[in-house]
Every structure is written in C-alpha cells, then in structure tokens.
Design a protein around this ligand. Structure first.
Ligand code: AMP
Length: 281
C-alpha cells in the first residue's frame, strides 16, 4: 500500500492510473476506521482496479466548540486496517496541504442541507461539500462510495454531483452496526459502557417504528410520538431531532407513502449520535 501525503503526488498518481484506463474507486473518511468504513472499501474493491481511501479530519465541517481537536486519530491502527482491507493508496494530507491560508471558495448546497443535521450544525454541509469536491478533484475517481449512515450527507453529495456535473458515480453503502445494534461510528469511542447501553435506544426505537409500519400504522404523527416516548424513557438522552422525510427530497412527510427516511439525532453526555432507517422502500 502506498501512502501519499501531498495533493501533487495524489493527482500525479491518479493521472498515471487513468492513462492506462484503470478504474479508480474512492472512499473518503475522517479516519478512526471501523467495520463501517471497511465495508465501503469492500464495495470499492469489488469494482475498482485501484482503491484510494483518504483520511482527513476536515476542519471546516466542524462548528466552533465541536470535537475537531479531540476527534480520534489512531494513525498506525488505521494504516494497518487499510493494508488488511486491500486499499492500494492511502491519501493522508494535512490541513496545510488541503487549505491555503487564504482559502476563500466554498461550495454550498442550498436545499437539502438546511434541515435535519444542517439545522443544528449550520455550515456543516458547506464544509462537507467543499472538501468532497476538492477530494474528487485530487483523487479523480471513477466512483466514490459513501455510507447510508450519514443519509443526509449522501443526499447532499448526490445533488452536488448532479448539479455540478462531476464525472463520478456515487455508490451508497448500507449501515454497518455493532452486534448489539448500535450503528458503528468513530464517535462511539467517546461513550462510556453505560452510555453505550443507553445509545441502543436509537436502533430499538427505529425497530419499533419499522414494526408499527409493518402492522399498518402509516400516520407520521403517531409514529413520531411513539418514537419520542421510547427515547424519553432513557434519562441520559437529549433528543436533537426526530424527522420523517421523503427519502429523495428530504421534505417532511405526514404519511408513510413511498420511501420515507426516519432520521434521528441525539446527545448522550457530550456525544452526538445519529441513526436512520428507510421505511417503505
Ligand atoms: P466518517 O469517517 O465518519 O466521515 O465516514 C466516512 C464514510 O464512512 C462516510 O461515507 C460514512 O457515511 C461512512 N460510514 C461511517 N459509519 C458507517 C457505518 N456504520 N456504516 C456504513 N458506512 C459508514
């Protein structure tokens, strides 16, 4: 596995690869890798000749006071996991490589990024969109893989690719969970064992909603109330949002008709966790 740290080296490598007609598959991450990330590598490995994984904790997608400085960066472990997973190139730039001191261009998605996480993290998706476009220009992949765990991010990126005519296919990967149902996340490391137990209410409340829909309950107000009641039973949980939205447009819906995304964000202690499921698909 090659480790490239500069934009110039990565672009040169991508150009060489493209000249020989080889397909580049790309998995962008912020590191602290887990099985969720590795499942995306597997999807890329199955289709690409060259698999590039990037690790970059992108400062401009964090709001002041968020966890940018304490975000876990287990460098050697991540490298070993990439090697074992069959990553060909690990792109590992530092902040100075990615942003000039007078960096002044941002990419803003103006519709899908405003609700859900965008409401409580204003500017977050502009940071995401900007770094994704930069990474695509550096890695020049034929396709890039993103997890459904970050459902809104996936939608925003698909819109970005469509509206800016980026020559890249986006491949979604399903949510990978711990054995107990908690969606894998680098931020799960922040949880104490007791908080981890409490966080299981996320998956359980989504399971409950799925069951109620199977039983024929399609009214969102009823489903939302039942979901909120389940979360309220766990005293350490503070709900940030519970949203039922159209899976494509992310607009709120009143009934479960067509594919409906149920998206949750909660805080437990100082840790913010998200989870989701798609109903009726
Ligand atoms: P992150 O390192 O958190 O920025 O995530 C990098 C990529 O991995 C994003 O496309 C995420 O959606 C995806 N990802 C993170 N956690 C999971 C998971 N549990 N299952 C599937 N994909 C995930």
């Amino acid at each position: 596995m090659e480790i490239l740290r500069t934009v110039r080296e990565m672009q040169q490598r991508a150009r060489d690869e493209k000249r020989t007609g080889r397909l580049i598959g790309f998995v962008p991450t912020m590191g602290c890798l887990h099985e969720g990330h590795l499942s995306l590598v597997k999807l890329a490995r199955a289709r690409a000749d060259l698999v590039v994984l990037s690790i970059f904790v992108n400062p401009i997608q964090f709001l002041p006071g968020e966890d940018f400085f304490r975000y876990p960066r287990p460098v050697e472990r991540d490298e070993a996991l990439c090697r074992d997973a069959g990553v060909d190139v690990l792109f590992y730039p530092d902040v100075e490589q990615m942003y000039a001191p007078d960096h002044s261009v941002m990419i803003e998605e103006t519709l899908l990024s405003k609700g859900l996480c965008g409401a409580s993290r204003p500017g977050h998706f502009t940071g995401v969109a900007t770094v994704v476009v930069k990474l695509l220009n550096i890695v020049m992949p034929d396709f890039a893989v993103f997890g459904q765990k970050d459902a809104q991010q996936l939608r925003v990126i698909q819109r970005l690719i469509r509206d800016l005519n980026c020559p890249v296919d986006i491949i979604p990967g399903p949510i990978v969970r711990e054995w107990d149902g908690l969606a894998m996340s680098s931020r799960n490391r922040y949880l104490t064992p007791a908080e981890h137990q409490d966080a299981l209410c996320l998956r359980r409340s989504l399971d409950h909603v799925e069951k109620r829909v199977r039983e024929g309950e399609l009214t969102v107000e009823t489903l939302r109330t039942e979901l909120a009641q389940r979360l309220a039973r766990v005293p350490s949980v503070r709900v940030e949002y519970i949203e039922f939205v159209d899976n494509e447009t992310l607009r709120p819906v009143e009934r479960v008709e067509g594919a409906v995304l149920v998206a949750l964000a909660i805080r437990i202690g100082s840790t913010r966790l998200i989870d989701n499921t798609v109903l009726g698909s």
